[in-house]
Design a protein around this ligand. Sequence first.
Ligand code: HEM
Length: 404
Amino acid sequence: MEYFAHCFFDGWHFLGREIGALHSSLHVDLTRSLPVRVRERQRVARKAFDCVIGPCSEWKSIRLYGTIQKLVAMTNTPALVGPELGADTRWVNGLDMFVYSLVFAIFALSPVPRLLRPVVKYVAWGPNWFLYWRLKRLAYPVVEKDLREHSEREKTQPKPSDKSTTETSLLGTWLAARYRPEDRTADRLAHDFIVTMFESMTTTICTLYFILSELVIRPQLADELRAEIKANLVDGQLPMSHLGELRKMDSFVREATRTNIFSYLTVFRRVLKPVKLSVGPEVPAGAVICVDAYNMVKSQAKWGNPETFDPERFLKLRQQPGHENLHQFTSLDSDMPGWGGGPQACPGRFFASNSIKVFLTHLLLNYDIKLPQGAVKPSVGSMPNGSVMPDYLARIMIRQREES
Ligand code: HEM
């Protein structure tokens, strides 16, 4: 939060405060629950695609970013905060608006002289504060129910060792079980719902935007991925696992995020007390530090051919003896800047990987995609805070496959 408040022109106090219970709920409980949810997530993905894409036996033009945004909202929201908020258009649209107004605030404040920012920030961040307040109110009935159910369970199963949460529980149940009684409030849980949805939506949407931008120009790769999926289907459905079986898809997804980074910088921190790094001088308190993600993924020394898009790059690395479980999309490697690093590294990365694989499986088995006549690969731009911004207007063509 120190970093964001400093670099987002002060006024950013929404996310990033102490989130121990949320971290464990996402990293441990949510990750553990993924295998039992695969089939359900496939069903939800089918419903979302049918609803958002609609019938398309002939080629149909769709806006890439906007379509992915709707699909991710419909598939991620119920899996995280439950079907009630998942079906509530006020909640789903409110989250979209939260992201757009954040982009607005960053752009609006960047040319404002530093002296004027303490005043102008109230106008620029106003829409975000309003939406945050509104989203919290929408979340209250759900989290209050979660808290009531938790106290009922505590009465019947007083020992913490009793199984108070299961793989089929949702975020509210896990959070209620993980917070200490004095912190277990509707306000905390509602805040955590917003943090989770905010952190999960834009990142997953942008990552899928990059992945589809690479896939749409590689029909041969789409066929290879289809073959891998079909070879791993059980009774026509994905296996109930963490989907590690889809090794080629995993390698492709990781290569797509290596060549299309989400942000030029990563591991953003503000130093609160002086730190002596293993190299270089002591970093003074108050300094803003981050890691150069751009040069990490473009390093000639590291990759040999950094500019080449090789979907099997990581698959080949995993074929080396002893490396079978390394170089995965979710691995926290020093050359994989996309998840941040250290104790604050993204706790939702296993869920994100699962969502992306379920999404791609449904897309590849049921649709063909291509660029519109004369179009080039969808591009990206930059934001004043070092993030990458997709082309919100880019379009692709989509058509239902005759046989999946
Ligand atoms: C492909 C999708 C995603 C990407 C690229 C991504 C990336 C990141 C990055 C770079 C950070 C900052 C880490 C750091 O400062 O070291 C982060 C933090 C976080 N992410 Fe993700 N994320 C993704 C999906 C998700 C999902 C699906 C969830 C929730 C289910 C999630 C929840 C969080 C949370 C709660 C934090 C804050 C952690 C903290 O401050 O301690 N993320 N993510």
